[in-house]
Design a binder for this molecule. Structure first.
Ligand SMILES: Cc1cc2nc3c(=O)[nH]c(=O)nc-3n(C[C@H](O)[C@H](O)[C@H](O)COP(=O)(O)OP(=O)(O)OC[C@H]3O[C@@H](n4cnc5c(N)ncnc54)[C@H](O)[C@@H]3O)c2cc1C
Length: 411
């Protein structure tokens, strides 16, 4: 068997591509990874890492370091923003018999990626090419090839399988002609990050959700270079306003003063605007090409599930590729990867993230009252709160995927 027959190509060195590389290389498989950026990006997107994902990261020896450089955040809260009242509080300690990690860890995605990268650099099985963009994908019965544009021009690389972990605008997905089914929200999401301590000022915990028919908000703490850390607030942006109108110093200050009025001006560490989609690839497999992470599914960030789902894809796929490439298992296992992860993306992540947004932004007064009363009752009932946490922590999704067989029809 040639080296190429035992090599996995990965397009994309975001957290999902890097995690897949680590898990493959640790089984002794050769990996060649390409990323179009010069180096990993200090991206202020994901931070919330749920128990189901911590189980996978823990098996790879990453969780202690994540807790050290991130924040351990066992509790999250729902608030009614107009009245300023706390609706309910959920403590992951209720999951102590369900998972060895009954907590969330808030660890910024670039930090998780850096921890994985440190480990990858020690593994001779892995070749990483930054500043290399995958531009074309070709395959035949025995392998797959990519054209990659690097500083020295175009080159072709061949392997047994290709993982497209190249983000929401995936070239790999486009090259395979796979439809990205779903929709784009009309409003963008605005993220404002400040050192102002909302915990000390208002008692908000490091993961706090605010329901408001006028302007919902999520408020999160991240460790940054801390302590003391930074607080990120996320709001819907009025689609009628331009970037300049939304992001001017005056607009940003006014938005934060409306959220929590204070005497001085807010110091702003970051301000970002994101277009937000709900989309899932029509298939996660096209011959020898597999999609994972944002290349396969994207969703709004309320509930913090996008990257978690991507890391779960990586772990599921690496285990199955190992079985097929090292133990001669049937490649129908790879079909099972696509079925399991696509079903979970649709039935859990899409459904839950849309429900989370609907709950926070509900306008009809009767519907709002019903939503908030329901949350209040669930939070006070340990059995119902545990069921709620099993879904929000993505444990229920992982259990559903594990119970699936190939006989189950694709959703
Ligand atoms: C405001 C916000 C907050 C979020 N918060 C959370 C959260 O708390 N928890 C959570 O789970 N998720 C969250 N997410 C989602 C999360 O950021 C994404 O799901 C995550 O980045 C996906 O990782 P990925 O590795 O699949 O893709 P990416 O991080 O997009 O990485 C893709 C990589 O591929 C490279 N690439 C692209 N095209 C090519 C090419 N042609 N050739 C070579 N390389 C290429 C890029 O340079 C990049 O490094 C949030 C998102 C937003 C916008």
């Amino acid at each position: 068997m040639s080296l190429e027959d035992r090599r996995v190509l990965i397009a994309g060195g975001g957290p999902v591509g890097l995690f897949a590389a680590l898990l493959l290389a640790r089984q002794g498989l050769r990996v060649r990874l390409f990323d179009e950026n010069d180096s990993p990006q200090a991206d202020p997107r994901a931070a919330t890492t749920h128990p189901a994902t911590l189980e996978l990261l823990g098996a790879a020896g990453l969780v202690e370091d994540m807790a050290r450089i991130g924040l351990v955040a066992p509790i999250f809260q729902f608030w009614d923003r107009p009245s300023g009242s706390l609706v309910g509080e959920f403590d992951h300690a209720l999951l102590k018999d369900d998972t060895p990690y009954p907590t969330v860890i808030q660890c910024e995605q670039f930090k998780t990626a850096a921890l994985i990268l440190e480990r990858l650099r020690l593994l001779p099985e892995v070749e990483m090419f930054f500043a290399h963009q995958v531009t074309q994908v070709m395959q035949d019965g025995s392998g797959v090839a990519v054209t990659v544009r690097g500083p020295q021009g175009d080159a072709r690389h061949r392997g047994a399988w290709l993982i497209g972990a190249d983000g929401g605008r995936s070239v790999v997905r486009h090259q395979c002609g796979i439809e990205f089914q779903g929709f784009t929200w009309p409003e963008r999401f605005i993220v404002l990050t400040t050192p102002f301590d909302f915990g000390a000022a208002r008692g908000y915990c490091p993961r706090s959700y605010f329901a408001d028919p006028e302007e919902w908000c999520n408020c999160f703490k991240v460790a940054a270079d801390g302590p003391p850390g930074l607080w990120r607030t996320v709001y819907p942006a009025d689609p009628a306003l331009s970037d300049a109108e939304l992001m001017s110093d005056a607009a940003v200050e006014a938005r934060l003063q409306k959220f929590v009025p204070r005497p001085g001006r807010y110091e702003i560490a970051h301000r970002n605007l994101y277009v937000t989609h709900q989309r899932v690839a029509a298939s996660f497999r096209h011959g020898r090409v597999l999609l994972a992470g944002d290349a396969a599914h994207v969703n709004n960030p309320i509930g913090g599930m996008g990257l978690n789902g991507g890391l779960q894809d990586a772990a599921n796929l690496a285990e199955k590729l190992g079985q097929v490439m090292l133990n001669s298992a049937s490649d129908r296992l790879i079909d099972l990867y696509g079925r399991q992860r696509r079903r979970v993306a649709i039935e859990f992540v899409q459904e839950q993230s849309i429900a989370n947004k609907n709950r926070l932004e509900a306008r009809d007064p009767a519907m709002r009252r019903r939503n908030l009363d329901e949350l209040r009752v669930i939070a006070q009932d340990p059995d119902r709160a545990r069921q709620f946490l099993l879904r929000s922590s993505m444990i229920a999704a992982q259990r559903r995927a594990a119970a699936m067989t190939l006989d189950e029809a694709d959703p």
